[in-house]
Write a protein of this length. Structure first.
Length: 233
């Protein structure tokens, strides 16, 4: 099982670590951490991760291609032609095309989710239809060989369910879940827009909309125009 994980500046660390920790218990799994250039890549929480391969050095046909999400660093990719072209090329040969959080927006911009059902962070769901994506509900969505997880913490759920799906039975994933002692019991009932108190939802939405909104809209428009020119919706 060759798992290629794309990493980039400003990504959300837990988007990567949730699936990575889960899949690290997959017997025989090999990992590549691919970026535009090798070396240290800073995430949005300040901790850096190490890119082991550049675009030209990684597997050309991984079993799983994975893209994590984030905020400003992620949306910057929508204007990065080298990244979108790389993902598009890898997606043509990968066995599975996967993402967590807003990583699905990047995959969509690369044309890899057109005509598929996928999910993303709740604040970014309205971005997917512009790329011909059907928005799915829940912590994860699997549609043919596309698999996507919701926001950030959904990466563990996503990782476990994809492992069970590919392995053809749940025993391995259940063993991994137990080994990680993954039994969520959050202190607050505020993990989704439906659960959160209205004032909490309003505060988080306002915080997101106050950070680089104009630049995000510009990058989205660029990505939509690029997608329209290259892919039929």
């Amino acid at each position: 099982m060759k798992i290629q994980m794309f990493i980039y500046p400003g990504m959300t660390l837990l988007d990567l670590i949730g699936p990575l920790q889960t899949w690290s218990s997959w017997p025989g799994a090999e990992f590549q951490f691919v970026a535009q250039s090798v070396g240290s890549i800073a995430t949005d929480c300040g901790l850096s991760v190490n890119a082991t391969h550049s675009f030209g050095e990684g597997w050309s046909a991984p079993d799983i291609l994975f893209v994590p999400g984030g905020t400003e660093g992620t949306f910057a990719l929508l204007g990065n032609e080298e990244v979108l072209t790389f993902l598009e090329q890898q997606g043509n040969n990968a066995g599975w095309i996967t993402s967590v959080c807003t990583g699905s927006v990047v995959l969509a911009a690369a044309g890899l989710l057109t005509g598929y059902r996928a999910t993303t962070h709740w604040m970014a769901k309205d971005m997917l239809p512009a790329f011909g994506v059907e928005v799915g509900e829940g912590r994860w969505v699997i549609d043919r060989n596309r698999a996507s997880g919701g926001g950030v913490t959904a990466g563990i759920d996503f990782g476990l369910v994809l492992m069970a799906h590919i392995a053809g039975e749940e025993r391995l994933a259940e063993m991994v879940q137990l080994g990680m002692e993954y039994s969520p019991n959050p202190p607050f009932n505020s993990g989704t827009p439906d659960e959160a108190r209205p004032e909490i939802l309003a505060a988080v939405t306002a915080m997101f909309n106050s950070e680089g909104t104009e630049r995000r809209e510009e990058l989205m428009l660029h990505a939509i125009n690029r997608h329209s020119a290259r892919h039929s919706i």
